[in-house]
Design a protein. Structure first.
Length: 279
């Protein structure tokens, strides 16, 4: 083994060793996570009897309280001196307010659903814009710049392919030139023309002036449409989010003031006032 070969071998061994070390990093992270989870679960298991006993006491206390309230409601109702007309008025007042509250909640939920739908739509509009801009840029500047670089590279390679110089190098240079001059457009490959790494031969096969003009005009229109739709979508989404926030405030107020509104409605309809006892 020559010193140069030994140097290459050592470099390869170093790269291999570094790759092997990287394999252990996820394992170290996993072990640390397992240790934390075990400690947390040990604490939870040790506290389980106390937690279960405390929850049982809490549950039974709530159960007793509910029974007390349920048993007291019929007794209290029997003590009321309300006629059928007054009871119907009370139920109507409650239903009037509940209808108002349900409407506020329904409008809030519908607007929230609309916001979610618009957010998904906006993601698609953003993606459409990225895609359209990609090919608009490709036809407006990227493709021609790439072909110009390849043409310059071919010129440089043709100068390097000198028969009077190293034959092996010349063979390599000629192979590189052949690759650039080998078209990727075949009956089985319909995407070759839209390859951002297109070579000169494929470019000449795919994009004569007539075809290029048609494609470029298509992507000009597609890009402008996508850009407009994306901007409009952003505005519409922002308005939808704002409207959803307003409706959420209204819904929260309806829930918070439901009982207050019902009491006002009872008075407004005079369910238990002087007029309520008239035949």
């Amino acid at each position: 083994m020559t010193p140069a070969q030994q140097l290459d071998a050592l470099r390869n061994a170093l790269v291999t060793g570094q790759r092997e070390m990287l394999k252990f990093e996820p394992l170290k992270t996993s072990i640390a996570d397992l240790m934390l989870r075990i400690k947390s679960l040990e604490t939870a298991v040790a506290d389980q009897p106390n937690a279960s006993a405390a929850y049982t006491d809490f549950y039974r206390a709530v159960e007793r309280y509910r029974s007390e309230i349920e048993c007291g409601i019929p007794t209290q109702r029997c003590q009321l001196e309300l006629n059928d007309k007054q009871i119907a008025c009370i139920r109507k007042a409650i239903d009037t307010v509940d209808t108002r509250v349900r409407k506020a909640l329904c409008e809030r939920d519908e607007q929230d659903a609309d916001v979610k739908a618009r957010q998904l739509k906006q993601l698609q509009l953003d993606a459409d814009l990225v895609w359209a801009k990609r090919w608009y840029d490709y036809f407006s500047k990227t493709m021609q710049a790439r072909i110009t670089r390849q043409r310059d590279d071919l010129k440089a390679l043709s100068l390097l392919a000198d028969p009077s110089k190293d034959q092996c190098e010349m063979w390599f240079y000629l192979s590189e030139m052949e690759a650039m001059l080998r078209s990727g457009r075949t009956p089985d490959n319909g995407t070759a023309c839209y390859d951002e790494e297109i070579n000169i031969a494929t470019f000449l096969d795919c994009w004569p002036p007539k075809c290029y003009t048609a494609a470029y005009q298509h992507w000009i229109v597609a890009f402008n449409d996508a850009e407009s739709a994306q901007k409009i979508g952003i505005t519409e989404l922002a308005e939808a989010v704002k409207h959803a926030a307003d409706l959420a405030v209204i819904a929260d107020e309806a829930l918070a003031k439901r009982r207050e509104w019902i009491l006002k409605e009872l008075k407004a309809q005079d369910c238990c006032g002087p007029m309520s006892k008239c035949p």
